[in-house]
Design a protein around this ligand. Sequence first.
Ligand code: FES
Length: 110
Amino acid sequence: MPKMTFIERDGTRREVEVAAGYSLLEIAHKFGIDIEGACEGSLACSTCHVIVDPEWYPKLRKPTEDEEDMLDLAYALTKTSRLGCQIVLTDELDGLVVKLPPGTRSVLGL
Ligand code: FES
């Protein structure tokens, strides 16, 4: 099973191991990591924003235009920002590291 690490807002590293095929949003919820995901993965919010480790960013599948549009609305956007609900953990991504942004802004107003 692939492993991945979430770096929480206070800098705590949480390494988790989970079967391949879950999105980062699903994994975060499973392990009690504070990613909101207000729209539950339907690309209608930006509250699942994560900042991907720069070494890992090029290894991810490119974001779709819809994801990029939604990312533009994310709070504290960086060059390696992605939406957690759009990244699926696979065996190839074993070791992936993502950081939680300092905050989120929801376009749903939730
Ligand atoms: Fe809303 Fe990812 S959970 S866009």
